[in-house]
Structures are given as structure tokens and as C-alpha cells.
Design a protein around this ligand. Structure first.
Ligand SMILES: [Zn+2]
Length: 262
């Protein structure tokens, strides 16, 4: 399931290829992928339109178009974009096909939970899920003081807090586990019990984990962390080598080390 590092890497890749390019034609193969407007209006509005940039906000991919329109895409479980030759066979899970000059941009989505909205600036500001997003953890506004305000202002379990998109945008289940393991904090630990230096460490680790994942993803095509790697490989803690524990915490399947994380 794509999280901030995955969407950021995709945004960078698409930005390099798409900026300044014109969309010749759009074919909607799965109408339910388009939430707004209706698929026919969607295709018509995009025909001949030039792409001016590609951005990310939280887990949303934003394709910015001339004429002040934004294509807001959420990949959900399995959504992804592929750039292919115009003549390449169309993969059966292709949902939307953008014909460009000399190549195709294809939206592939096995599970079909991904969706896109074509929006004016005003509509974009009101898009549920996007308009309510919290601070960008890799952005300049995510300071130690900001995290402290977030932690002190919400009484809840730490993992649940990290997953709240309206507080900090873009962290999902996998990276929340990695961050908490690196910070040696139990996922169910109550926010109210954190000491100042633990908040400072958590702030540093959130940025470091996400930043490294973005860099490793763009370099090797696979993002992982120390903890996620070990969890997949042997199911043991890479620090104390004890067995990991799993449970439902913050509403999600969670892995942690009962010895190292308090
Ligand atoms: Zn451990």
C-alpha cells in the first residue's frame, strides 16, 4: 500500500517525464476510477491540455495542468502509473489511458480502489481527505515544536497518532512501525507519557525514516527500513534479536519488539 515515500518517488519520476507535455487524448477504461466529473467530461476537459507540473500532498499525487486544473489521484491499495510505448499491449488492469505525443501514461490498478478527480482550485481546496491533511513531515513546517504541539494536543496511542492523516500527512502502516521501532517506543504508548527528549527523537526519526525511504526508492526501486527488512526476513528484532510481536494497534496490524519498545 503506497505511503508518502512511494507517492513522492512516483511524483518525481512523473514530473521528469511529463512536465511541459501535452495530453492528446484520454481513454477511460474503468469509469468508476473517475470520481469527478463524469468520465466523458473528464476526457473532454483533458484533451489537448498541457501538464505544467506533478506534486504530492500526503498520499495524493497532484498532476497540475494548464488552465488551473489539477488531477488529484489517490493510489489507495494497488494504484500505479506506468509510462509505456504507444504500441505496448494494454495491461488488463489498466483503468485510464493518457495518450501523449510518442508514449502513453497508463493508470493501472488491480484492486480498483484508486481514484482520480479533475478539479478547479476551489474544488481542490474542498476535496475531502485532501483539504484536511495535516503537516507534511518532510516539509519545513514540520518542526520539533510542531510535533510537540501535536503530541501534547492529542491523548491517544502513538501509532494511532502517526496514522492520523489530518495531523501528519503521508505516514501509513509500514512506516509507522519502522518509525516507532527506531524510536524505541511501543505503538500503544500513550502520547501523554512521552518525555520531551522522546518527542525530539521521534521528530528526528520520522524525518530520517521517510527521507531515506524516498532516496532508496528512487535509487533501488524498493524502499525499506531496518525494521521492515528484518521483519520480513526472519521475524526477529534487528536490535536485540528477540522475537517480534504482532497485534492490532491503532486499528492496524502492527509489528513491534516487546523488549526494545516501551
Ligand atoms: Zn528488540
Amino acid at each position: 500500500m503506497p505511503e508518502l515515500p512511494d507517492v513522492e518517488t512516483l511524483a518525481r519520476r512523473l514530473r521528469r517525464r511529463l512536465r511541459g507535455r501535452r495530453i492528446r487524448r484520454v481513454r477511460v477504461l474503468t469509469p468508476s476510477t473517475i470520481r469527478h466529473p463524469d468520465p466523458a467530461t473528464f476526457s473532454r476537459a483533458l484533451r489537448g491540455r498541457r501538464i505544467v507540473g506533478v506534486d504530492r500532498r500526503g498520499k495524493y499525487l497532484l498532476i497540475c495542468l494548464r488552465g488551473d486544473l489539477t488531477l488529484a489521484v489517490h493510489l489507495r491499495m494497488t494504484g500505479d502509473f506506468e509510462i509505456t510505448d504507444s504500441g505496448a499491449p494494454v495491461h488488463r488492469h489498466t483503468r485510464v489511458l493518457f495518450e501523449m505525443n510518442g508514449f502513453h501514461l497508463r493508470f493501472i490498478d488491480l484492486r480498483r480502489f484508486g481514484h482520480m478527480d479533475l478539479l478547479t482550485p476551489r474544488q481542490l481546496q474542498r476535496l475531502p481527505g485532501l483539504s484536511t491533511l495535516g503537516v507534511e513531515p518532510l516539509g519545513p513546517q514540520f518542526t520539533r515544536i510542531r510535533l510537540r504541539e501535536i503530541v501534547r494536543g492529542h491523548r491517544m496511542g502513538l501509532k494511532a497518532l502517526l496514522l492520523r492523516q489530518d495531523l501528519i500527512a503521508g505516514i501509513g502502516n509500514l512506516y509507522a512501525d519502522e518509525i516507532l521501532w527506531q524510536a524505541r517506543l511501543h505503538p500503544a504508548r500513550a502520547t501523554g507519557t512521552l518525555r520531551e527528549e522522546q518527542i525530539a527523537a521521534l521528530h528526528r526519526i520520522i524525518r530520517r525514516v521517510l527521507d531515506r525511504a524516498v532516496r532508496r526508492l528512487s535509487r533501488y526501486g524498493r524502499a525499506v527500513g531496518v525494521f521492515l527488512d528484518a521483519r520480513e526476513r526472519e521475524g526477529r528484532c534487528p536490535r536485540c534479536h528477540g522475537p517480534l510481536r504482532t497485534g492490532r494497534i491503532g486499528g492496524r496490524t502492527t509489528f513491534f519488539c516487546p523488549r526494545c519498545q516501551r
